[in-house]
Design a protein around this ligand. Structure first.
Ligand code: HEC
Length: 248
């Protein structure tokens, strides 16, 4: 195989390697970066439910003005810590404490959808289930033995996971293997499952926007650049014709 082929193969495989295989197929996150209302709702959920443990060090509160919010609205509805509007989204908890309390420190969420993919985060936030064997009382189907509790449980309700047991013969010995089958809601939350899914969809939409707030603008600028190059090409073409018309 030549070098070019190997490089192409590696480039095709890398994204797959980065996103680890999960026990269930990932659901598709409803991402729509042009939907400002959805992004605003997502920002609200994020500062209310995630910033207490996670930070978003690359994100300034003032940047939320890009979502159509005024400075006053940001101050009143989204700023709960002692931070100012120009500050980044830091977290009150000290990293040492987080490690003590949870075993694993909560990672910064600025670019989490770039690291794990929006579909993973969307599925993860809907896949917590009750598990008395875990110190937090919670486990997760796509992130087994996760240190994070289901912080959205009062909205989602409590679900348990139902597993199917298979018996496989491994080297002539029967070996039990459990595969995930489905969730059962055992305690209602304040939202219906459809409302909960929509809320998580908005949240992941916001997280995706946050991982690259300038994306919309970049695409916009790209279109102008292409239009400019096209017009410039026509002008250059006729100029060339004009300059060369007497040369034979
Ligand atoms: C009570 C504290 C706490 C809150 C609140 C919290 N998390 Fe977490 N989160 C954690 C901890 C601890 C981990 C690390 C889990 C581990 O590594 O086992 C984590 C891990 C994660 C991960 C996986 C990161 C990875 O590297 O795989 C994501 C995604 C995540 N949290 C998103 C969120 C979102 C979105 C919210 C808001 C709805 C939220 N978290 C609220 C404590 C919290």
């Amino acid at each position: 195989m030549n070098i070019l082929k190997s490089i192409l193969l590696l480039a095709a495989l890398l994204p797959g390697l980065a996103l680890a295989e999960t026990a269930i197929p990932l659901d598709h996150a409803p991402i729509d970066l042009a939907n400002k209302a959805s992004l605003q709702r997502g920002a609200h959920t994020f500062v209310n439910y995630c910033l207490s443990c996670h930070s978003a060090e690359y994100m300034r509160y003032s940047r939320l003005e890009d979502l159509g919010l005024t400075e006053d609205q940001i101050k009143k509805n989204l700023l709960f810590t002692r931070n100012k509007v120009g500050d980044t989204m830091t977290v009150a908890m000290r990293p040492g404490d987080a490690k003590k309390w949870f075993g694993n420190p909560p990672p910064d969420l600025s670019v989490i959808t770039k690291a794990l993919g929006p579909n993973f985060v969307y599925t993860y936030l809907r896949s917590f289930y009750r598990d008395p064997k875990r110190p937090t009382g919670w486990n997760n189907v796509v992130f087994p033995n996760v240190a994070m509790p289901n912080v959205l449980a009062n909205l989602q309700g409590d679900q348990v996971a139902v597993f199917k047991t298979h018996v496989d013969m491994v080297d002539g010995k029967p070996e039990k293997e459990e595969t995930f089958s489905h969730f059962e809601l055992v305690k209602d939350g304040s939202m219906t499952p459809a409302q909960y899914n929509a809320m998580v969809g908005d949240l992941v939409n916001y997280l995706t926007w946050m991982s690259e707030p300038a994306k919309e603008q970049r695409l916009h600028t790209g279109v102008y650049v292409m239009v400019f190059l096209f017009i410039f090409f026509i002008i250059a073409y006729f100029l060339k014709k004009e300059f060369w018309k007497d040369v034979h």
